[in-house]
Design a protein around this ligand. Structure first.
Ligand code: NI
Length: 262
């Protein structure tokens, strides 16, 4: 069976929505109704990790996936639900209701133009519940507005760091030092993307163990340096390169099934 995907693109620029004209998008929609929306967060990632880690990684995975598949990629939504990280300088968070409204409006914009399959490539666990709620709300809005695509509109959340092959490789590389926040796997991807971050890497004391997440003051008390059970010093740029490709390949299969499903 021939693939439903448009096929590999010559460059990342070729699949970036931000670099298309509106007639380009009209033409694209005649052969493909799918689009990829990277979703990140702008939040502390421990004493050595970049604040933009979740947005940088989600966008990089989305662009890699876009190039592999030929599916368009929107600009990254770099702010997510990071209320629990507000005890650390530099964190910028959307409240759940705000993120819900943002994701709903972005989905509705795309659906209005005829996009029927919207894959959100997510880099942050705190976005999951709210993004799923936004999808449910968007289906209702599409139906109540009588959008032509309403019966065929499907949204899907793909958490790149939770893809099976990514989790297996992270486990092989880092064992239980992967932890749950400021993980060596996500930090490795940022080191691959930005040489300047390599200078921040240094060995850190034993991290606080993984546990529950509540408000910002409680988070800071439980996880004083921002890490949850992780040792980001284990991260290497070459791991990041490999994890990025592993994520894109795993999500390509996901995307193909998503576009083909009824
Ligand atoms: Ni993260």
């Amino acid at each position: 069976m021939p693939s439903i995907l448009p096929g590999p693109a010559a460059s990342k620029d070729a699949i970036r929505l931000a670099l298309q004209s509106w007639p380009d998008v009209d033409r694209y929609l005649q052969s493909c109704k799918g689009i990829i929306v990277p979703l990140g967060s702008t939040e502390q990632h421990g004493p050595t990790g970049a604040i933009g880690t979740d947005a940088l990684t989600a966008e990089a995975v989305a662009l890699e996936l876009g190039q592999l598949s030929g599916v368009l990629v929107t600009p990254v939504q770099a702010f997510g639900m990071a209320e629990h990280h507000l005890g650390f300088a530099g964190t910028m968070s959307l409240q759940p209701a705000t993120l819900l409204a943002v994701m709903h409006d972005l989905v509705m914009s795309l659906a209005t133009h005829g996009f029927e399959r919207i894959l959100v490539v997510n880099g942050h666990g705190g976005n999951i519940a709210t993004t799923k709620a936004a999808f449910a709300q968007a289906y209702g809005t599409a139906a109540s507005r009588g959008l032509e695509v309403a019966p065929r509109l499907r949204c899907r959340l793909a958490n790149w760091f939770m893809a099976g092959p990514v989790m297996r490789r992270a486990r092989e590389l880092y064992g239980d030092r992967e932890g749950q926040h400021a993980t060596p796997s996500e930090i490795a991807v940022t080191l691959h993307l930005h040489d300047s971050l390599i200078n921040k890497q240094r060995s850190l004391p034993e991290p606080a163990p993984c546990g529950s997440i509540h408000g910002p003051a409680d988070f800071r008390r439980r996880y004083p340096d921002g890490r949850m059970g992780s040792d980001p010093f284990l991260a290497r740029p070459e791991h990041g390169h490999e994890l990025l490709n592993t994520a894109a390949k795993a999500l390509r299969e996901d995307l193909e099934n998503f576009l083909a499903a009824s």
